[in-house]
Design a protein around this ligand. Structure first.
Ligand SMILES: [Zn+2]
Length: 145
């Protein structure tokens, strides 16, 4: 199980997209959905639709769409990690409980090993290549001499 994803899911369960966007924009209920003036482009009539069920938004004016994380990243110019920490903080979730043993670290370990293997492979091949090439160059030189 990916614990980082679990944290995202946990945050999404606790944080409501209407509250998040409602801090920045005036939200109007429209049928099953909610709408607001788009926070990402200038407009006079709302084309920014928030889907409460899906906890997502889409703007029919500028095409921006996503969830609370992409909203915070775009709106406050923060990284995914910062958005994660911000919402975890607001939801009183201890991020450290999740990041201590995260798959992110396991992944970077995994990628490190993969990269090391690839580097070793290329190193060996490069040496072989240089050996073969310089040998054939020497051979060619011999032929010319
Ligand atoms: Zn827009």
């Amino acid at each position: 199980m990916n614990e980082k994803l679990d944290l995202v899911k946990l945050i999404k369960d606790k944080i409501n997209i209407i509250d998040v966007i409602g801090k920045d924009q005036k939200i109007i209920k429209a049928g099953h959905n909610y709408k607001a003036l788009c926070p990402f482009h200038e407009e006079k009539t709302p084309s920014f639709i928030i889907n409460y069920q899906k906890q997502s938004y889409v703007c029919y004016g500028c095409g921006k769409n996503g969830d609370i994380f992409s909203y915070a990243m775009e709106k406050y110019k923060i990284s995914f990690k910062e958005a994660l920490e911000k919402f975890a903080n607001e939801a009183n979730i201890e991020v450290n409980n999740y990041t201590k043993n995260t798959s992110y670290k396991n992944n970077s370990r995994f990628y490190y090993n993969v990269m090391k293997t690839i580097a070793n492979f290329y190193n060996k091949n490069l040496i072989d290549y240089l050996k073969n090439n310089s040998l054939s160059l020497l051979e060619k030189k011999k032929n010319y001499l």
